[in-house]
Design a protein around this ligand. Structure first.
Ligand SMILES: [Zn+2]
Length: 403
């Protein structure tokens, strides 16, 4: 998946741009990928994980790259976007260790608040997992599929392979020359796109990831669902072109193919650990914030697909109902207002709705001319959340709504 990107540094990416997803394309990209009969045969069951790598000498090409990435990692460690939840961090580290074995000592996972679906692995063992991805995982096995894939890139030393490729093509000197001209973040963004993994490397990472999942006792069939779910989101948004997925996806197999490949790799596997309840419990402390981020992403077709999928599993979840209502309310096309109202009413019936659900109710009633109902809803909001940043504004609205 980085499933597509290496050293994608926080801040270097075009946030909330036309890229939208970085997800790319569900189409076949017109490549021979599907036709290749050897694809998805998988590694032999006894494939030996390579021994731990030693730090490359600084005078070598790889050593130079590592030194640069170490500096980037220092920035990442201090980044305000980092998700600083010790319990969640140790959980993520635990999943990594279960997959990486002795390499876990060399791999460092950084979870970041960035509402896009992405994970990445740098050759020095610096791994990033973004919050848009965390929100979309349905269970621990799916998370393990992502992390296993990234570890696959690491174990196969794919970045070094790409580096050597570039040198062989004499592009490397020119490439390194650019480093003097732009800031480090931009350099790394360039690096990431220049080092984009090949299709073969992506397939290899999927093979290693599947094998590590299997050895870790996970249900490998969950890996394909990650991509199937993404395809559903993209289709809802009418987003099936390679171009809309951005450069990140241009050289990678589309999500539909990934799903099919991973399903083949899972083969006849059955059983294994899924961990749906465990994953939900671990994510719970930050889920509210992730849902707020998701709404602010302003990609309602994708977000509504996601929320509807989540609600199918937890139909009584007041926070999810309120979030979906907010997406409908903000999109406001067709009968969205009615759908928002229905979700908010369902949320309030649980008695566990967030205070903001009442504000949203007030706004909906107000927009539809139900002044008394709007006033009541706004009053409930202020009773529940008297210190809200918009309390004065809402109070004024209540006054204005008086008959
Ligand atoms: Zn990858």
């Amino acid at each position: 998946m980085p499933w597509h990107r290496h050293a994608a540094p926080q801040g270097a990416l075009p946030r909330r741009t036309a890229l939208g997803w970085m997800l790319g394309c569900g189409c076949a990209l017109g490549t021979p990928w599907l036709a290749r009969p050897a694809a998805a045969q998988g590694l032999p069951p006894d494939w030996p994980v390579p021994p731990r790598f030693t730090r490359p000498d600084v005078s070598t090409d790889e050593g130079g790259l590592w030194a640069m990435l170490d500096r980037e990692e220092t920035r990442l460690r201090r980044s305000p976007f980092r998700i600083r939840e010790p319990a969640l961090q140790s959980y993520l580290d635990g999943v990594t260790a279960r997959l990486a074995g002795e390499h876990a000592a060399d791999v460092r996972l950084y979870a970041l608040f960035t509402p896009m679906f992405n994970a990445s692995m740098a050759p020095n063992g610096m791994m990033q997992v973004w919050s848009g991805l965390l929100l979309r995982m349905e269970n621990e096995a799916q998370l393990a599929a992502v992390i296993g894939h990234e570890i696959g890139h690491y174990l196969q030393r794919h970045t070094l392979e790409r580096l050597r490729d570039m040198k062989a093509r004499s592009a490397f000197g020119q490439f390194m020359g650019m480093f003097g001209l732009v800031g480090l973040m931009a350099q790394l963004a360039t690096l990431a796109s220049a080092f984009g993994f090949s299709r073969d490397q992506e397939r290899q990472a999927d093979e290693v990831g599947t094998l590590l999942m299997r050895r870790g006792g996970y249900d490998t069939r969950e890996a394909a669902k990650v991509w199937a779910n993404l395809v559903a989101e993209m289709q809802a948004a009418g987003d099936t072109s390679a171009a809309s997925g951005g450069a990140m996806f241009a050289t990678h197999p589309g999500a539909s193919e990934r799903s099919a490949t991973l399903l083949t790799l899972a083969g006849g596997d059955s059983g294994g650990y899924v961990g749906e309840a465990e994953y939900a419990a671990q994510l719970a402390p930050i889920r509210g914030k992730l849902l707020e981020e998701e709404v602010r992403r302003n990609r309602p077709a994708e977000s509504l697909t996601l929320l509807t999928r989540m609600l199918a599993r937890q139909p009584q979840d007041a926070e999810l109902l309120a979030t979906r209502a907010e997406l409908y309310r903000l999109r406001a096309t067709g009968d969205d207002a009615d759908k928002a109202l229905a979700d908010l009413q369902a949320a309030t019936q649980t008695g566990k709705e967030p205070a903001t659900a009442h504000r949203a109710l007030g706004q909906l009633h107000q927009a539809q001319g139900r002044r008394e109902a709007a006033r009541t809803a706004f009053q409930t909001y202020l009773q529940r959340s008297p210190q809200a940043a918009d309390a004065a504004l809402i109070q004024q609205t209540i006054e204005d709504l008086k008959p």
